[in-house]
Design a protein around this ligand. Structure first.
Ligand SMILES: C[S@@+](CC[C@H](N)C(=O)[O-])C[C@H]1O[C@@H](n2cnc3c(N)ncnc32)[C@H](O)[C@@H]1O
Length: 380
């Protein structure tokens, strides 16, 4: 059995239990040779993005519904089906036998006949999928909401973008030498990587890099980053000379991975009143959210998120924003951002909390703009 497939299988099982695919892959790929790492990555993201397509094919040849199958068995079949229908370089017989070996290795020997039978009878990809949610391998509720919010054409572009691997971007400090295979973008300091990512470069999506410039930071200001871990946006803010930064987060694990040197770290729950007075010139609230702007990067979100959770996210976002505004100095500026495309978590939040203080809003849509989807509002 190839180590790429074993690793992909292990990662997909971990994601099944709640892990984030990117984090799980980072941990699992350490030390693996680059060809194997590339194949494992392709299989993990491919299966997660195309799960609805894979299930539709599996359902045509199995009386057992894929969602009802044991996860070890289902994932082995999904991996085989993905390689057979979406990858050119893997011969079908290799994909089938590796999937059978995976279930045997997982001590599910009695399922090897099912895996073998489903994969050997797997139909070809249809010319056209029977409905558009399925066309883009999206849950029907999310597809409907995007059509009603953005219109059919934009919803299609969002759907297409959600199936493509994200383009790589890096962040470089002003004055750094431009590495090979990198080109500037409209966001200062953000570079598109057109070849391999330069060794040691800090990868950061262009959508994420477009938020900090809205703060209009000035030298020596006091800056509060309310939901800051692991520190990507704090690090970008700290490019400003003399900035005095406090970075907060409620997650001990995420604060332990904080990488932006030079900020004072505080663990706190920003949904409760904050232990600061109104002394900050600039505040960033990069709120926890559903992440529907990042489906290409975090494909498991499309299967994990329930529509009912949007309300809970919004409730927490309103509380965090309210508390953060209490810490803003008169004349100061606060940026509220999410990587969600959903109105409840964006426009509705700032309008519910402080409609009269909203000065500008930006929405980046994957398929129209490069990178992940982001919403940002500037409040004064
Ligand atoms: C979108 S992420 C922040 C990403 C970060 N700004 C960056 O650019 O690296 C949202 C963060 O909010 C944190 N968070 C969630 N609920 C929180 C709360 N009630 N108070 C403070 N932080 C919270 C999460 O732990 C997570 O690290």
């Amino acid at each position: 059995m190839s180590s790429a497939r074993q690793i992909a299988y292990g990662v997909l099982l971990t994601v099944e239990h709640g892990a984030q695919s990117g984090d799980a892959l980072d941990r699992a790929l350490a030390g693996l040779d680059s060809r194997e790492a590339g194949l494992a990555t392709e299989i993990v993201y491919g299966v997660l993005r195309r799960r609805a397509h894979l299930h539709a094919l599996m359902a045509r040849v199995s009386s057992r519904r894929p969602e009802k199958m044991d996860a070890h068995v289902r994932i082995a079949i999904e991996m085989g089906a993905y390689q057979m229908r979406f990858l050119d370089r893997v011969p079908d017989h290799a994909a089938v036998s590796e999937s059978v070996d995976l279930v045997k290795h997982a001590k599910k020997n009695q399922a090897s006949a099912l895996v073998n039978a489903v994969l050997r009878r797997l139909p070809p990809l249809p010319e056209k999928w029977p409905d558009e949610a399925l066309e883009f391998s999206l849950p029907a509720w999310l597809w409907r909401r995007w059509v009603s919010r953005f219109g059919l054409d934009m919803a299609r572009r969002l759907g297409e973008a959600s199936l493509r691997p994200p383009e790589p971007f890096i962040r470089l400090q002003a004055g750094s030498e431009l590495p090979p295979d990198c080109e500037p973008t409209e966001v200062a300091g953000c570079f598109r990587v057109t070849g391999s990512v330069p060794e040691g470069a800090r990868r950061q999506d262009i959508g994420a890099q477009s938020v900090v410039p809205l703060l209009d930071l000035q030298p020596d200001q006091r800056f509060l980053d309310v939901c800051a871990a692991p520190g990507n946006k704090t690090a970008q803010a700290l490019e400003m000379p003399g900035l005095k930064a406090i970075a907060c987060d409620s997650s001990e694990a995420r604060l332990a991975a904080f990488h932006a040197g030079g900020a004072h770290l505080v663990r706190l729950d920003a949904a409760q009143a904050l232990p600061f007075t109104a002394v900050f010139d600039r505040i960033l609230v990069d709120a926890p959210c559903s992440g529907t702007g990042t489906l290409a990067r975090n494909p498991e979100i499309r299967w994990r998120l329930a529509q009912t959770e949007l309300k809970k996210h919004a409730e927490r976002q309103r509380r965090i924003l309210r508390n953060a505004l209490e810490c803003l100095k008169p004349g100061g500026r606060l940026v509220y951002s999410t990587c969600s495309l959903e109105r409840e978590e964006n426009e509705d939040v700032v309008r519910a909390v402080a409609p009269e203080r909203v000065r500008a809003e930006r929405l980046r849509l994957p398929g129209r703009h490069a990178g992940d989807g982001f919403y940002a509002a500037v409040l004064t």
